[in-house]
Design a protein around this ligand. Structure first.
Ligand SMILES: Cc1cc2nc3c(=O)[nH]c(=O)nc-3n(C[C@H](O)[C@H](O)[C@H](O)COP(=O)(O)OP(=O)(O)OC[C@H]3O[C@@H](n4cnc5c(N)ncnc54)[C@H](O)[C@@H]3O)c2cc1C
Length: 481
């Protein structure tokens, strides 16, 4: 050990969850805070747009957060950053051991926040990992992927295999996009689709491989058909219902025996919570780190926030992994406030995803019909065609809402309770709408209660038809019929 220090609060991980935890602790007056970071703080959510360069013309470099510039974070934050990885954690003696460009540091703490996030998951197919020795990652900047069930350093990925999670991944992809002609994107969740669009914007021929029977895992097949049509219109090739069985220097082999030639393969096949440290020191872990509504783990002085933790799904009471950046930030606020002696609880929550694909805006909040059916939750659905402006206005575009409603009363659900919402709409963003349905679903409201939500209309912004009324009457009709 080169250095020993002691602090009131230690945060492990410098993603959105860790950074907001730091900000809140400092803002509330705590000056003894340290944060261990093993990679540059970055606006992760915007990385696909950094690679695509349409929205971020300067490229991924513009998304790296300069901690000395302040902004919402305290300007003197760099003094509290320990650059490296926490390799060992001793909860009984409240000590963490970090190693990296700041040397070996022993940190004694009173309270701990685990904000270790998630790592990209790659299916264990051959050709993903490099043959022979891998280039050394720069000191203290080791990051990982989960290859099957094995946590491996990213530097072990084959030269034509890519993931997207941090600034270095985006730099690699940006450089790749500047010289490559074709790419296979494996996985068509929000990140896979955003990257497909980004690489198409950079002039690459993009092929998307999806193991499910349709593109876009968060949407049901009927809603996803809009996305599939848009992919076709833009020349993005979709290989649906097949999986990648091999990565080769020439491209990929698929489970149906066919091959796709491509200069590179980007895996956007989901992430797994990074729970290695929590597990090693005996903190309770199920799918993610188990926390209560105060973000406290099974140890009273250890909190956990962000993608590493599981939360209780408000509408169904089941444990879920939301994996959402803005939620990680809320959780950071909750954990830090509790450490400061101000009791705050995480409000009821569910899962959500909002994105766009070549001008088609989509959202999926809570449970899709397909996810509910897999989980054995009996549901019915109401699909509503919607317009963005009145029929008389050529600027008006079409879209669909789909509302997933519990069919019967169970121990967790009311009859008619809204447990899921999807929207696909041309042109106009669906973020505000998504927030409203997030509130409705988290509050366990049923369709008959929907009329408590007023509808504001202004011809230049939306169509006069009140979709909440349509939802209400369609539901009543479905009960009557
Ligand atoms: C391409 C992309 C697009 C996204 N788009 C959106 C979006 O539009 N909206 C949205 O809400 N969310 C989005 N997300 C999800 C969002 O980025 C994550 O939910 C968020 O980053 C989680 O924050 P976190 O702090 O929990 O974890 P992370 O961001 O994963 O940060 C954890 C950090 O801890 C580090 N770490 C782990 N173990 C150790 C250790 N032992 N020592 C030191 N450091 C360690 C990790 O290397 C990492 O740097 C997107 C994610 C990606 C990848």
């Amino acid at each position: 050990v080169n250095r020993s220090l002691s602090t009131k609060a230690l945060i492990i991980g410098g993603g959105p969850g860790g950074r907001i935890s730091y900000m809140v602790l400092r803002t509330m007056g705590e000056n003894k805070v340290k944060i261990v970071m093993n990679e540059e703080p970055t606006v992760i959510c915007s990385l696909p747009y950094g690679v695509g360069r349409k929205l971020v013309p300067q490229g991924p470099e513009a998304l790296v957060v300069d901690l000395s510039k302040g902004g919402r974070l305290p300007k003197d934050m760099p003094k509290d950053v320990i650059h490296g990885i926490v390799k060992e954690l001793d909860i009984a003696s409240k000590k963490a051991y970090a190693e990296g460009s700041d040397g070996q540091v022993e940190i004694s703490f009173e309270k701990l926040i685990l904000a270790t996030g998630a790592v990209p998951w790659i299916p264990p197919v051959s050709g993903v990992l490099r043959e022979g020795s891998s280039p050394a990652a720069s000191e203290g900047k080791v990051t990982w992927v989960m290859y099957g069930n094995e946590l491996v350093e990213k530097s072990r990925l084959a030269p034509n295999v890519y993931v997207i999670r941090g600034a270095d991944d985006a730099r690699r992809l940006d450089e790749f996009a500047s010289r490559a002609k074709s790419v296979v994107v494996v996985g068509s969740g929000a990140i896979g689709l955003e990257m497909a669009e980004a690489l198409h914007d950079r002039g690459l021929q993009v092929s998307v491989v999806e193991v499910l029977p349709h593109l876009s895992v968060a949407l049901d097949a009927d809603m996803a058909s809009w996305i599939e049509k848009r992919a076709l219109e833009r020349g993005v090739k979709a290989y649906i219902g097949v999986s990648v069985t091999d990565v080769t220097p020439e491209g990929v082999a698929l489970s149906d025996g066919s091959t796709i030639e491509a200069d590179g393969v980007l895996f956007a096949t989901g992430v797994r919570p990074n729970v290695a440290l929590a597990k090693a020191c005996g903190i309770k872990v199920e799918r993610g780190i188990v926390v209560d509504s105060h973000m406290r783990t099974s140890h009273p002085d250890v909190y956990a926030v962000g993608d590493a933790v599981q939360v209780v799904d408000a509408p169904t009471g089941r444990p879920i992994l939301p994996l959402i950046g803005t939620l990680a930030m809320r959780q950071g606020l909750v954990a830090a406030s509790n450490i400061m002696g101000m009791p705050v609880e995480l409000p009821p929550v569910t899962i959500w995803g909002v994105s766009s694909f070549f001008g088609l805006h989509w959202a999926s909040i809570g449970w899709s019909e397909e996810a509910a059916s897999k989980a054995g939750i009996p549901v019915k659905t109401i699909v509503l065609p919607v317009r963005t402006r009145d029929e008389a206005m050529p600027a008006g575009k079409n879209g669909n809402w789909k509302v997933v409603v519990s069919k019967e009363k169970t121990s967790d659900l009311k009859e008619g309770q809204i447990i899921g919402f999807q929207a696909v709409i041309e042109g106009d963003p669906v973020t505000n709408l998504s927030e409203r349905f997030l509130d409705i679903i988290a509050a366990k409201e049923s369709v008959p209660e929907i009329l408590r939500h007023y509808f504001a209309h202004c011809p230049s912004q939306n169509a006069v038809d009140d979709p909440y009324l349509a939802l209400f009457f369609n539901y009543q009709k479905s009960i009557a019929g």
